[in-house]
Design a binder for this molecule. Sequence first.
Ligand code: HH2
Length: 288
Amino acid sequence: MGRKEAASDTTGAGTFLWGSGPVLVGILNVTPDSFSDGGTFLDPEAAADHAAAMLDEGAGIIDVGGESTRPGSDPVPQDEEIKRVVPVIERTLAARPEALISVDTYRSKTAAAALQAGARLVNDVTALGGDPEMSSVVAEAGCPVILMHMQGEPKTMQKEPGYEDVVREVRDYLAQRVEHAVAAGINRENIVLDPGIGFGKTLEHNLVLLRNLDAIVDLGFPVLVGASRKRFIGTITGVQQALDRVSGTVATTVLAYERGATLFRVHDVRPNREALAIAEAVLRTSHR
Ligand code: HH2
């Protein structure tokens, strides 16, 4: 049997914004300490230029984040997070008014400020659990939201992650967060799910989740995968420098697409777009 039709083909969550094919979500970390690009885009002008470059390379969404959530990272004060992301959103939209921007935050005030500045999605690595006001900010904005699974919190999540059945537990958690979101007034059509690769997961957990991604896709929502340049890719390939983990990332993108994911959060837009174009062409070719 071929690839299952992606959930977004049927549920249409957010598809009014980004269409039903695979979508590249270009990562824009406005932080001094992100694991692979920390410090590179702290200057709003450099950040906006990078956003424009990723759009030119085929990003459908630009995900702007002002706090690193890499393993071991510390939270930044909310005001600082807002000061980082808002000018970048404003500059990006001044240059590229059509850009679809998401804000990578779990804080409601940052989300509200970003939405006010023109962001149109919220990417919440705590699946609305990190800030009691986040659900109502998203519900009132009526915008799409990415709900991600994480075990623990960034500071300590990689210490000793443990599951009885990682696929079942991640799927059940996401299903439960969907119900929380819906109860808070968020439209089902606006929900995207993410297994949270690398967030409180061992190498084995990441691999099992990628292998069994269809269990998450079966929940009926578009699925986003964020594996870009992550440590498990370096562990497998031996590539120590995060910047150089492009080929390994591309492999995860193609495999996840084949299993039904439709959104891919990546640093390197062009190679992932080219690989997806080939994957799409092959997978859409009908049997002889
Ligand atoms: N990964 C990171 C940050 N945000 N959001 C979603 N939805 N899914 C992810 O997998 C995800 C995410 C971590 O990667 P990165 O932004 O490159 O690094 P850092 O957290 O150090 O800024």
